[in-house]
Every structure is written in C-alpha cells, then in structure tokens.
Design a protein around this ligand. Structure first.
Ligand SMILES: *Cc1c(COP(=O)(O)O)cnc(C)c1O
Length: 355
C-alpha cells in the first residue's frame, strides 16, 4: 500500500520544464556559450587539489570572502548554496513556515510560490499591470495589509524581463520594513540589467539580494548561487541549510570562475547586444514583445495560439518556453537569447510559422 504524503504536497504539481533533444535550446535562460576554455582547464587543475576524503569547508569561507570582495560587502553578509533556488528555499525555511506568508507579484518566477508552499508558507499574490510593471501604491498596500514575512520581488522579472526602477524597490522595502518583513530581490539576471538593489544592503535594512552562477556565469551545470544580505539573516540561513551542503568541488569551481570576471563581462555585453537585436527583429513580426533587461524576451503571437507555435518551433528543432498556462500569460512564449546563429534560426522559423 502506498503511503500518503502531506495533503498539500499530494495536490501539488511538480516543477516542469521539458528537456527535449533539439538543435536550438532557448527555453531555460542558460548561457548559449560554455565558460572560456581557460576556465575549464583551471577547473581540471583545481579538481586535483580537492581533499576528497574530508568533508568540505562547512562555512565555504574562501568562496564567500571572494564573492563578498566582488560586491563590496563582508563574508558574513554572503550565504552560498546549491543554486539560488536552494538559497530561496533556505530563506523560506528560516523566515516562512506555518502561520506565515510570502508575497509574490504575478506573473513572476514560479519557484517563489512553489517553494513557499513546500515550506508550509501561505502565498499571497499581488498582480502586475498589463505591461507587467508594478504599481508601487498597490504593492505597498498589499504588504501593509497582509504583513508577509517575506516579499519576493524578481528584477529583472522572469518571465517578463521587466526591470523595477530603484524607487519601486525602495517603496516595497519601506513597506516590508514597516511590517517587520523581509524583502527578497531575486536578481538572477541582474548583470544583464541597468541597475541592482545591492547598494541597499546593510546590517540595518531588511533586504536580501539573490544571485546565481547559472545565467551570467554560464554555469547552470554547477548549481551555485548566493545571497547578499544582513549578517543576522545569513546566520539564520546557516541554521537551516544541511551541514556541508556545498561540496568541495563546487566551492573550488566557484572560486575559479571569479578569476574570469572580464571574460564573463564580455559575454554579458554580447548577450545584451544580441537581446536588443532579437527584440528589434521580433518587433517586425506579428507578435507582442515586452522590453527586457534580462537574457530572454517574452512575446505573444498576435494571431496564433502559443501551443501551436511552440510545437511548430519544436518541429523545426527550436525549443522555447511555453508560458501560456502561467498566471496572466495566456498566449505567451519566452525566448532565451542564444547565439546570433541560433536566434536567426528562431527568427526564420517564426517568419515561416507566422506568415
Ligand atoms: C534561473 C533563475 C533562478 C535560478 O536559479 P539557480 O537555482 O541558481 O539555477 C533564480 N531566480 C530566477 C528568477 C531565475 O530565473
């Protein structure tokens, strides 16, 4: 006989993102290029000095110190984990839970509400306007009335690409602070955007910023992310993370990557230029396109269903993300910026399909 899980888990759908074998993969916002060859060589060398028979440095002290130096904070203000998803989960384990709530502004990154539910945290949904921007007055009113333990603000927002102006971030921070809550700015795509909330972080302010190696650093395969926030938040996160959760090889790889900041910046610049070209070209097709500050673009075919266009792209070996079943994204597809060749293939396929 099967054993019953928690009722709320039994009713839940898992996190699904189809991984199909196609020539052009533009569905999960990864980097189209691997890290530089010199990085791969340096990782190979670092592998040889890993002390395999011992548990890794539980504090990940060196990695945190280097990340801290990069952002002008102290190592005590950095928490690193297996992808920023694990960072978010730890945040909800420490600050969410039964009797507490988390606020999200839909449509946004599905994992925020998903992880909230898994940790027994009630989810409160605010909404964005038709152009996916936030109306700060409404958002502040929601925070004031619900008093969420954690408010998630994804900027640039996945899947719309919307970048929140600094004034909106500080408005939400004021509202969260006034109710004793924490503001979490998910900046998985910050490097592709014009500004960041990092400068708001200090030990007196209830704001945390999450970052990841998965997108900018072309290291989705490594599963490494981190949070910058007040020391007192980091101390609580360390209590809920599993002991030794960051393996020794990952710590070494994360350090090696930080030796290649210039190369990574060059890639980010190239992707931003390519994003702007892709957005312009999409603008010439019968699709709605929203401005993006990330490495992806959200679009909606005007006269054709999203599922149909998605399938016809797959038939042409191009995979994008069908977002049409997500809240408020009826008819929408999200396209990751690829190499110019990949994007040209997407554009040619779309021209054919939408003709
Ligand atoms: C991709 C993504 C993450 C990512 O994750 P990792 O677990 O670090 O790979 C976090 N937040 C948003 C909004 C994302 O799109």
């Amino acid at each position: 006989m099967r054993v019953r899980p928690r009722d709320d888990i039994a009713l839940m759908a898992g996190y699904h993102s189809p991984q199909l074998d196609v020539a052009v993969r533009l569905n999960t916002n990864e980097s189209p290029l691997p890290p530089p060859a010199a990085f791969t060589d340096a990782v190979a060398a670092a592998t040889r000095s890993v002390v395999w028979n011992r548990y890794p440095d539980r504090q990940a002290a060196e990695l945190r110190a280097r990340i801290a130096a990069r952002h002008g904070v102290t190592a005590d203000q950095v928490f690193a984990a297996n992808g920023s998803n694990e960072v978010l989960q730890c945040l909800l384990l420490a600050y969410g839970g039964p009797g507490r709530s988390a606020a999200v502004f839909e449509p946004t990154y599905a994992l925020h509400s998903h992880l909230a539910r898994i940790t027994g945290t009630a989810v409160v949904e605010g909404v964005r306007g038709d152009d996916f921007t936030l109306e700060p007055g409404e958002a502040m009113a929601l925070i004031g009335s619900v008093r969420p333990a954690v408010t998630f603000l994804c900027s640039p927002n996945n899947p719309s690409g919307t970048v929140e102006p600094p004034s909106v971030v500080t408005s939400l921070l004021d509202a969260a602070g006034a109710t004793g809550g924490l503001l979490c700015v998910d900046e998985a795509y910050a490097e592709f955007a014009p500004h960041s909330a990092l400068e708001l972080v200090d030990d007196e302010t209830p704001v945390v910023v999450t970052r990841t190696y998965s997108k900018t650093w072309a290291m989705a395969g490594a599963r490494l992310g981190y949070l910058i926030g007040p020391e007192w938040v980091v101390a609580e996160l360390e209590k809920v993370a599993l002991p030794y959760h960051l393996d020794a090889l990952k710590q070494a790889v994360g350090l090696v990557a930080l030796d290649y900041v210039d190369e990574m910046q060059a890639r980010v610049d190239a992707i931003v230029a390519e994003r702007n070209r892709l957005s312009d070209r999409l603008g010439g097709l019968p699709v709605d396109v929203w401005p993006s500050g990330a490495n992806f673009v959200l679009m909606r075919p005007r006269h054709r269903g999203a599922a149909e266009v998605w399938q016809q792209l797959v038939d042409r070996s191009v995979l994008v993300r069908n977002c049409s079943s997500w809240p408020r994204l009826d008819g929408c597809l999200r396209v990751t910026v690829g190499t110019p060749e990949e994007d040209d293939r997407l554009l040619a396929a779309l021209e054919e399909i939408l003709a």
